[in-house]
Design a protein around this ligand. Structure first.
Ligand code: NDP
Length: 393
């Protein structure tokens, strides 16, 4: 039985709150807090069990500390934005509470994300006897666990990993992003990056691409982009020779993005407009559909998985593990689209691992550092089944 404070009442926060509420044996008391309290109240109204709601500006450490002190939770689940990671981690340290998030820190001023700032908290969390679980969404999150599971059960050494994220769904809008537009556009317009033969290699945005036949979706063009789990998997997977991350985009999506980029609407530096400073990307975010609002009309499926190859007993082996999630089924269950669903469920499973003691430790952890078995056992039961395909070579 554990008390949990969820911070962030967006698309992912809504899934997390609903799923936690269905597990009263694990999450005995739930508080949902966000910058806008009404959003928490709307989500609370979807639940068949009472939860507390609260207003908090998580950029403000003192406010967050005061909220945590008033509730004394066992765990804070941070599903606000990556900008808040460090202030919430600081508040957890100050109040002696464990921490979990789904995306690594980045600063609003620079479109660059890395674990280096959160890994720097290792010593502080270890000395405080606390655990911080970083990146417990789908990617990062489940993709890290897929790699750890493969290494534990099927490989002596993993040499090549391709993480592939395909959204084969359709929401009926000319252009929209599937999670927070600001975070999403910053991520995909950055230069591509992958790791090979002991070094990072850079590519121009969207310049490397190839088709792939995604099970239950079909052939889609996938593009090499940089994604945060590459950084931790390079550190934690021994024997790795290359790791890349791929995401699918339609031509229509890329054309819209190119135009928005060319006219300057994806810029993150402030510009002067009618005597006021505005950040073009934040203005664009305001114009785009709220990702959570896409859910009602979303059709189709997502497929996210890892193509892994390496050695077992001296022989080359290829292993593909993936999850397929249906947008319409996610909406029927929790009124969310599959992107929020696939990010929210692993946050709940990660939180369950921590609260039940199946995952424990002192310090800062990425998911591949922990035993993958109990997490993998739980995923299907909470809505994310996985499929394995083997090829001996
Ligand atoms: P949304 O933009 O829908 O929701 C973010 C929520 O955080 C909003 O409710 C917002 O409140 C709240 N928030 C923002 N700033 C603050 C603040 N200073 N204090 C308190 N609350 C704040 O985003 P998503 O739900 O789509 O994404 C949530 C997180 O999940 C992001 O970090 C995203 O990167 C991550 N993610 C991870 C994935 C994975 O697979 N690992 C996949 C998808 C998302 P308000 O509305 O009041 O402004």
């Amino acid at each position: 039985m554990g008390k949990v404070l969820i911070i962030g009442a967006g698309g992912v926060g809504s899934v997390v709150a609903q799923k936690c509420a269905r597990l009263p044996d694990v999450f005995s008391e739930i508080t949902l807090a966000s910058r806008t309290k009404e959003k928490c109240e709307k989500i609370a109204a979807l639940l068949d069990r009472p939860i507390k709601t609260s207003q908090v500006d998580a950029d403000n450490r003192e406010q967050t500390v005061a909220l945590i002190r008033s509730l004394s939770p066992d765990l804070v689940i941070n599903v606000a934005l990556p900008y808040q990671d460090l202030s919430i981690m600081d508040a957890c340290l100050e109040t002696g509470v464990n921490y979990l998030d789904t995306a690594n820190f980045e600063s609003p001023q620079e479109a660059f994300f890395s674990y280096k700032w959160q890994w720097a908290y290792e010593e502080k969390f270890r000395r405080a006897g606390l655990m911080a679980l970083l990146g417990s969404g789908f990617d990062p999150g489940v993709t890290n666990v897929f790699c750890a599971y493969a290494l534990k059960h099927y490989f002596d050494e993993i040499n090549y990993v391709d993480i592939m994220d395909c959204n084969g769904g359709s929401h009926g809008h000319a252009f929209a992003t599937n999670f927070n537009p600001e975070i999403n556009i910053r991520e995909i317009t950055a230069k591509g990056r992958f790791w090979e033969d002991g070094q990072w290699k850079h590519t121009e945005p969207f310049s490397v691409h190839e088709p792939f036949d995604f099970p239950q979706i079909g052939v889609r063009e996938k593009y090499l982009i940089y994604h945060e789990e590459l950084e931790s998997l390079v550190k934690h997977l021994p024997g790795l020779r290359r790791i890349r991350f791929w995401m699918t985009f339609s031509q229509d999506y890329l054309t819209h993005l190119r135009v928005l980029h060319n006219v300057g609407l994806t810029r993150i530096d402030p510009v002067e407009f009618q005597g006021q400073k505005i950040v073009p990307l934040q203005f664009l975010k305001m114009l785009l559909p709220d990702p959570a609002s896409l859910a009602a009309c979303y059709t189709g499926k997502t497929n996210i998985g890892c193509m892994i190859s390496g050695l077992k007993d001296g022989r080359l082996r290829k292993y593909y593990i993936y999850n397929v999630c249906d947008h319409e089924e996610a909406f029927r269950e929790v009124r969310a689209q599959a992107i929020s669903y696939t990010a929210g469920v692993p946050a709940v499973v990660g939180a369950k691992m921590m609260l039940t003691g199946k995952w424990s430790g002192k310090g800062v952890f990425n998911l591949e550092q922990l035993d993958p078995d109990p997490f993998m056992e739980d995923l299907p039961a909470h809505g994310l089944p996985w499929v394995e395909v083997f090829q001996e070579m």
